[in-house]
Design a binder for this molecule. Structure first.
Ligand SMILES: [Zn+2]
Length: 193
């Protein structure tokens, strides 16, 4: 896990990262399919990834790890396990991100916000806002994958274990379609191992 290359291999081995020509649930086409849940379904991989991410924030004296549900829950749990602190998650209530289930933060608790995948940084930003409203002090933001190619700035110290460029195209502009290829829907028969 020390090397990006090892993590990349883990994603490929577990089918969490596929290369080819895919039609995503958004309808857009991409030469890459990324599904973090497929690597995190293996608890020992999730644990190692959590340790790797936690290592970058070891000096930040984190009190609590907070992630947006659903994708971030396991990440928060494993990072928090590695740091021996609490793991909370935010979730949407009537469209608005919030802390539920009796979760609360003490005033000025040092919070690390984590995610599985950062695309635009939107849900991480919302989670940072929730943490601050609840009295927490956001000391960093981490993700397993940054699929923006490193373009997102969250305004706090951040780290992603893997920076990936995942281009998307509408059907009409897809270079893979232009080459005569046919896009596959990930998860469909034939892709499963
Ligand atoms: Zn295409």
């Amino acid at each position: 896990m020390e090397q990006d290359q090892q993590l990349l291999q883990l994603f490929q081995q577990t089918g969490a990262l596929l290369e080819g020509h895919f039609q995503l649930t958004s309808g857009l086409h991409s030469p890459r399919y990324l599904q973090c849940a497929l690597v995190l379904q293996h608890p020992h991989h999730a644990e190692r990834i959590g340790q790797a991410l936690a290592a970058f924030f070891e000096a930040d004296h984190v009190d609590v790890v907070v992630a947006p549900a659903v994708g971030g829950i396991i990440v928060a749990h494993e990072v928090a396990r590695a740091l021996s602190v609490r793991a909370l998650f935010t979730e949407r209530e009537s469209g608005r991100m919030t802390l539920r289930r009796g979760f609360s933060l003490n005033k000025n608790e040092r919070v690390l916000v984590v995610e599985d995948v950062v695309t635009t940084g939107g849900s991480t930003r919302e989670t940072i806002d929730v943490v601050r409203s609840a009295g927490g002090n956001v000391v960093g933001a981490g993700s397993i994958v940054d699929r923006s190619g490193g373009q997102v700035d969250l305004g706090v110290r951040g780290h992603s274990l893997l920076i990936l460029d995942v281009p998307v195209y509408d059907h009409a502009n897809c270079p893979l379609c232009k080459d005569g290829g046919v896009a596959i829907k990930p998860g469909s028969r034939g892709l499963k191992q």
